[in-house]
Design a protein around this ligand. Structure first.
Ligand SMILES: *[C@@H]1O[C@H](CO)[C@@H](O)[C@H](O)[C@H]1NC(C)=O
Ligand SMILES: *[C@@H]1O[C@H](CO)[C@@H](O)[C@H](O)[C@H]1NC(C)=O
Ligand SMILES: *[C@@H]1O[C@H](CO)[C@@H](O)[C@H](O)[C@H]1NC(C)=O
Length: 313
């Protein structure tokens, strides 16, 4: 079994982005950067991008005492892994509470074995848990983006390229149910542990042609991360689409904590580790509002490989 440890996730949600390639945009940028700006600025590659919202999910301190969440649940047997399982009682308050359910949901779909994917796959809430590990981590805090004004900017922007001023109290509707991210700068502070044969996915998704991925294959060297915008395979020929997959090698090990990031802007995706640009693409940049997914899976197919039972703890 592999583990996808997630410490925190940050994303910004955008109505429109500005790629300040032209100097006119830069002038707009500095104007919109004023304390009255009702938007958030993220530096992406060399240009700023403007976002309407930001969210910071910090899962480092979910435990309220040192002895809470100190054990991990036992491995599931075949018949205990059918999708309808509930979370263990100890996690209900956090992983099924009002606050959690507003933005997140735990997937429980599955698929039967096929010739190409010979291992049955089942997502189950019984496989999701919280474990305190007392990591000695540097302190991390929400980035200070351009804060929204304390009171909404009363003057609507006059420049057609200025991002709209949004009152900070306007919460977007739940991203879980409405999959309503349109453009984002998402960062996952995460590490992956365990044996070969699994895929850890950190991605934006609405369908298999509007999807932007970070994938970590535990069969790969632990210094390789794969980036892509879907589709990566031509449905008719079954061939890989040239330029769709961007594996990057020689990174620091994904077994250690790193900040994996996707910037999904209009017409451009870029991927970062710890703030350093690793890959960029203009191929099939998603255009439909999407949700955010974190998963860990294996189906015995050629992409994930096979994982041995108990192979990684
Ligand atoms: C979440 O809580 C609801 C209501 O108590 C319950 O019906 C549901 O099964 C729980 N979900 C999980 C995954 O445990
Ligand atoms: C997104 O989905 C639409 C269909 O709803 C499709 O036409 C388009 O090719 C998909 N991908 C991108 C990058 O727009
Ligand atoms: C995984 O194991 C199954 C047999 O259990 C085999 O059919 C399949 O080819 C294996 N997959 C890979 C990628 O080696």
């Amino acid at each position: 079994m592999s583990l996808l440890d997630i410490l925190l996730v940050l994303f910004s949600l955008d109505i429109r982005t500005t790629r300040a390639a032209a100097s006119a945009d830069l002038i707009t940028a500095s104007k919109d950067n004023s304390p009255d700006c009702g938007c958030y600025e993220v530096s992406s590659e060399s240009s700023p991008a403007y976002f309407t919202y930001h969210r910071f999910y910090d899962w480092r301190n979910l435990a309220s005492s040192p002895d809470q969440f100190t054990s991990i649940p036992p491995r599931l047997e075949e018949d205990e892994d059918q999708g309808a399982e509930e979370l263990a009682d100890v996690y209900q308050d956090v992983l099924n509470g009002t606050e959690w359910n507003q933005d997140w949901g735990i997937m429980n779909w599955g698929k039967e074995a096929t010739a190409e994917a010979p291992v049955r796959m089942q997502n189950s809430a019984a496989n999701v848990f919280i474990a305190q590990r007392h990591h000695n981590l540097p302190s991390l805090s929400p980035p200070t983006l351009n804060p929204p004004p304390k009171t909404p900017n009363p003057t609507p922007p006059t420049s057609p390229s200025a991002p709209p001023a949004i009152p900070p109290s306007n919460r977007p509707p739940s991203s879980k149910t409405s999959k309503n991210l349109l453009h984002a700068s998402v960062r996952f502070r995460a590490r992956i542990t365990g044996g070969p044969g699994a895929v850890a996915g950190l991605f934006t998704f609405v369908d298999d042609t509007n999807e932007s991925d970070i994938e970590i294959l535990t069969s790969d060297p632990d210094t390789t991360v794969r980036y892509s915008n879907q589709p990566t395979v031509d449905k008719e020929s079954g061939e890989e689409i040239p330029g769709s997959s961007l594996p990057v090698t020689g990174l620091e090990s994904w077994r250690e904590w790193h900040t994996h990031r996707i910037d999904w802007l209009e017409g451009r995706s870029s991927w970062y580790v710890d703030g350093e640009l690793m890959a960029r693409s203009e191929y099939s940049v998603p255009r439909k509002p999407s949700g955010l997914v974190m998963n860990l899976w294996s189906d015995g197919g050629s992409w994930s490989g096979n994982m041995s039972v108990g192979g990684g703890r």
